[in-house]
Write a protein that binds this ligand. Structure first.
Ligand SMILES: Nc1ncnc2c1ncn2[C@@H]1O[C@H](COP(=O)(O)OP(=O)(O)O)[C@@H](O)[C@H]1O
Ligand SMILES: [Mg+2]
Length: 240
C-alpha cells in the first residue's frame, strides 16, 4: 500500500522515509533538551508554507512566538512574512503558561483542554492548515491535575489532528534515555517516532537522529548523524 507523501523540508530525511511523511499522519519528535526538536519542527512548517503550498499551524508552549521568530531568522526563515500571508499561524500558549500578557493574534487565554482544542480547530480552518506542530506535549499538561486527565487530553489532541487531516509533528522533551514520552501515551497517538539525541562519543558530543517507528513505511533502522547548519537541519545517512 502506498501513501501520499509530505516532504519534511529536510531532503536527507525524506530519502530515509520513502519520500516523506504519509499525509495526515502524526509523528512524535522525542529527545532531550537542545537536540534540535524545535528547529526540525519549524523547518517542517516553514518549508511546507513557503515551498509546498501547505499552510501550517504551530502551538508553542515553551518558547514565546517572538523569540521563535527571531531565532529562526538565523536560518533565513522569515516566519513573520508567512504569518502576514496567512500561510502560518503561531498559537501562543507560552505566555499564559508564564502568566504574562500576550499581544499575539493567536493565543489561549486560559489553559484548559477544550479551549485549546477549539483554538486549534479554528486556526486550522482559518488558514487552511495542512501541517501542525505542537511544541511541546509536556508543556500542554501544566494545568492538568491528574495523569489520567493528561492522557485523555493528549489522546483528544491526537484525534483532533487526525480529524483535521493535518500532517503533524508533536514534540516530546524527555531526558531519560530510552523513554519517548513522559506520560506513557504519546507514542500511541503517533504513527511514527523520531528520536533526536546528543551522545557523547570519544570525548565529544554527536547529534544523532533515528527512526524508532514508522507505520506504513519501510524505514531505515540506523542511527544517523544530525547536523545543524546555517540552513537548518540535515541528516547524514549512515548506510545499512
Ligand atoms: N545556527 C546554528 N548553527 C548550529 N547550531 C545551532 C544554530 N542555532 C542553534 N543551534 C543549536 O541548536 C540547538 C537547539 O535546538 P532546538 O531545536 O531549540 O533544541 P530543542 O528544541 O530540542 O531543545 C542548540 O543546541 C544550539 O546549539
Ligand atoms: Mg525546543
Amino acid at each position: 500500500m502506498s501513501f501520499e507523501r509530505v516532504k519534511t523540508g529536510i531532503e536527507s530525511l525524506d530519502a530515509l522515509i520513502e519520500g516523506g511523511i504519509p499525509k495526515g499522519r502524526i509523528i512524535l519528535v522525542a529527545g532531550g533538551c537542545g537536540t534540535g526538536k524545535s528547529i526540525l519542527s519549524t523547518q517542517f512548517l516553514y518549508y511546507g508554507a513557503k515551498h509546498y503550498n501547505e499552510p501550517g499551524l504551530m502551538i508553542t508552549t515553551e518558547e514565546r512566538p517572538k523569540s521563535i521568530r527571531q531565532n529562526m531568522l538565523r536560518f533565513g526563515w522569515d516566519l513573520k512574512e508567512l504569518e502576514d500571508q496567512k500561510k502560518l499561524a503561531i498559537i501562543d500558549a507560552a505566555s499564559p503558561k508564564a502568566r504574562i500578557p500576550s499581544s499575539e493574534m493567536y493565543k489561549i487565554s486560559y489553559y484548559d483542554t477544550n479551549s485549546l482544542l477549539l483554538k486549534i480547530y479554528e486556526a486550522v480552518n482559518e488558514i487552511g492548515a495542512k501541517r501542525a506542530v505542537i511544541d511541546s506535549i509536556p508543556g500542554l499538561a501544566l494545568r492538568l491535575e491528574s495523569e489520567s486527565e493528561i492522557r485523555r487530553a493528549i489522546s483528544q489532541l491526537g484525534s483532533l489532528l487526525a480529524e483535521l487531516e493535518c500532517t503533524s509533528l508533536v514534540v516530546s522533551e524527555v531526558n531519560i534515555p530510552g523513554r519517548l514520552g513522559r506520560f506513557g501515551i504519546e507514542e500511541f497517538i503517533a504513527d511514527g517516532v523520531y528520536l533526536l539525541e546528543n551522545t557523547l562519543t570519544d570525548g565529544r558530543f554527536e547529534r544523532t537522529f533515528s527512526i524508532v517507528k514508522m507505520r506504513g513505511t519501510a524505514n531505515s533502522k540506523e542511527v544517523h548523524e544530525l547536523k545543524i547548519t546555517d540552513n537548518g537541519i540535515e541528516v547524514i545517512p549512515r548506510s545499512e
